[in-house]
Design a protein around this ligand. Structure first.
Ligand code: PRP
Length: 180
């Protein structure tokens, strides 16, 4: 589906789910006996979040969502991050796991972490499906990372270009002619 728009398939659904199982095992071990709140950052994280939480073995965890936006419809991050939707429950005293599809410049997660720190959670850790370290502008690292990838316009598994391609079960690199 829509494979003709891809320059390359980076990760198949099978590769993604195998890696998600590994991350989930690590997180389950790290949070054994705890009651973390897992917060998905909409919209991009929704598929990764769904896959991840179904592999976690943390009976007392709860789930919540936030939404932030930085890109607009272009391919270059503006550096401005809007919190458009806040959590439904307070996070004071909670162990927070933020779940993101991609850590790119770091603007989004830096802003969200700074905001959430003000609310005095017990801890905050970051879990990202993809990490593009060479694009980083803010000094921020994930605690759990699916895959590190080189720069390139990635779509699928929640990631969009101009709101399209999020539903793809694989992650692909978009052909430059699609967005140039
Ligand atoms: C994307 C992505 C991350 C963020 C990462 O979100 O989902 O939230 O950008 O980039 P950064 O590290 O450079 O901040 P976007 O603003 O496109 O919203 P979306 O989740 O609705 O796609």
């Amino acid at each position: 589906m829509m494979e003709q728009d891809m320059q390359e398939i980076l990760f198949t659904r099978e590769q993604l789910s195998a890696r998600i199982k590994e991350i989930a095992a690590q997180i389950s071990e790290d949070y054994r006996g705890k009651a973390p709140v897992v917060i998905g950052i909409l919209r991009g994280s929704f598929i990764f979040m769904a896959d991840l939480v179904r592999e976690l073995d943390i009976p007392d965890m709860t789930l919540d969502f936030m939404s932030a936006s930085s890109y607009g419809s272009g391919t270059v991050s503006s550096g401005l991050v809007d919190i458009k939707l806040d959590t439904s429950e307070p996070i004071t005293g909670k162990d927070v796991i933020l779940v993101e599809d991609i850590l790119d410049t770091g603007n989004t997660l830096s802003r969200l972490v700074a905001e959430l720190q003000k609310r005095n959670p017990a801890s905050i850790r970051l879990c990202v499906m993809l990490d593009k370290p060479e694009r980083r502008v803010k000094p921020i690292q994930a605690d759990y990372t699916g895959f590190q990838i080189p720069d390139g316009f990635v779509v699928g598994c929640g990631l969009d270009y101009d709101q399209k391609y999020r539903q793809l079960e694989y992650i692909g690199i978009l052909k430059p002619e699609i967005y140039e």
